[in-house]
Unconditional design. Structure first.
Length: 396
């Protein structure tokens, strides 16, 4: 689960990290009051969307010469003028795709006098099986370019899970970021704070880009992107409350209500599969035969007819879906339950695209009989290969 920058900063502030003062607003009327709560004379008006690259982003409605999604203002009036221009408009950044995201919320923040912009993130490094800091002196808006062109400027510091951030780790991070004087002592206390926040709240990513050294020599968290491990949310009611469903894919929200593991993708073939491994294999074989999957969907081991019906409806509601492949290996899952779910769903929502069903395993004969007797236009397949070929051919 992702949250907004202003929420991430609240969370980090709770652990003692240095963040700027700021006020989140959702209407132009609130802009002046928000700015007046800040010390000034420099303000920053920041679009709150679940995507990065806002500074270099462009508003669709405003044309190519207008300013981006993060704007400096030298007075309260200027901050209000920016808020007026930004709220309600669609911001397109490297991460939003061409459709962009509507900016429904702004964060008006105290402007900082920046000396240097650094990069810092915490992530789960699978290669070493540890949480690791990734840092670079080349922070700011183009870390992707740094990673591509000068990867030696990015330093990785894995953290021992038992010891946590040791003094040696913190020193290594300070050295990598070339921190001196007060910034160095700020760093020595900040790194353990960030690690604690990451672990305590079950984050899967914490990215601060930029972490800045200010002209007064102190460190400040200037941007913050945080993702949480969805499987651990049950023990963090405070984090769950930060969820903003308007930023999420509507189909994924619907799927989560039915406890379906669903991820929306860009292709044309909708997939309904049981088991994550089989779902991955199904996506691979669709690609092998030249098409792209429209989604990943694992209906799970103990799916009911109701769950299968919900899954089918979510797939057919996607306008990109030009064909559907149901691929079930009935182990715990019974094929007749799947067949009933498919039939119920098709009767409910209709079937406007080709449907190929491959069933194998427990109660397969019963399942096939249900599909046969339904009178629906369903193509049966014998195995995974046959199924993929048939759906790719049907979509054309
Ligand atoms: P994004 O990464 O989505 O572009 P950031 O929050 O990193 O958004 O902001 C982009 C740039 O705007 C920063 O790299 C920094 O130069 C500037 N900026 C952001 N917040 C402030 C602030 N409070 N004071 C001064 N400059 C800021
Ligand atoms: Mg940033």
């Amino acid at each position: 689960m992702n949250i907004h920058e202003y929420q991430a900063k609240q969370v980090l502030k709770g652990f003692g990290a240095p963040v700027a003062e700021g006020v989140a607003i959702t209407s132009v009327e609130e802009a002046e009051g928000a700015a007046r709560q800040l010390p000034g004379p420099l303000y920053v008006v920041k679009s709150q969307i679940h995507a990065g690259g806002r500074g270099k982003g462009k508003f669709k409605e405003l044309g190519p010469d207008a300013k981006g999604g993060v704007r400096l203002a030298k007075s309260v009036e200027e901050a209000v003028a920016h808020a007026k221009e930004m709220l309600g408009n669609t911001l397109v950044t490297k991460q939003t795709g061409d459709a962009g995201k509507q900016v429904n919320r702004l964060y008006i923040e105290d402007g900082a006098d920046i000396d240097r912009e650094l990069y810092l993130s915490l992530l789960v490094d699978r290669a070493v099986g540890k949480v690791a800091f990734v840092v670079s002196t080349e922070g700011g808006m183009d870390i992707e370019t740094v990673a591509e062109e000068t990867p030696d400027k990015i330093v990785n510091v894995p953290i021992d899970p038992v010891q946590g951030v040791t003094e040696a780790d913190a020193k290594a991070l300070c050295d990598a970021l070339k921190l001196e004087g007060e910034a160095r002592s700020d760093g020595m206390s900040l790194f353990p704070i960030l690690y604690k926040a990451f672990m305590d709240k079950d984050m899967s990513l914490l990215e601060i880009n930029p972490l800045i050294v200010m002209e007064n020599g102190r460190l400040r968290v200037l941007d913050a992107k945080v993702s949480f491990d969805g499987n651990a949310l049950f023990r963090h009611d405070d984090i769950k409350a930060l969820r903003d469903e308007t930023e999420e894919d509507a189909k994924e929200i619907e799927a989560s209500k039915y406890d379906l593991a669903y991820v929306a993708l860009d292709g044309t073939i909708g997939c309904m599969v049981n088991g994550a491994g089989l779902a991955m294999a199904t996506m691979d074989i669709i690609k092998l035969y030249g098409k792209e999957p429209a989604n990943f969907l694992d209906v799970g081991g103990g799916a009911t007819t109701e769950k299968v019906t919900a899954a089918f409806k979510i797939i057919t509601a996607d306008p990109n879906v030009k064909g559907i492949l149901v691929n079930i290996f009935g182990g715990i899952m019974r094929c007749d339950v799947i067949a009933e779910g498919v039939v119920t769903a098709v009767k409910d929502v209709g079937l406007k695209v080709p449907l190929v069903v491959r069933l194998e395993g427990t109660n397969v004969e019963k399942g096939k009989a249900i599909l046969d007797q339904s009178g629906l236009d369903i193509t049966a397949a014998d195995d995974l290969d046959d199924a993929a070929k048939k759906i790719v051919a049907a979509v054309g």
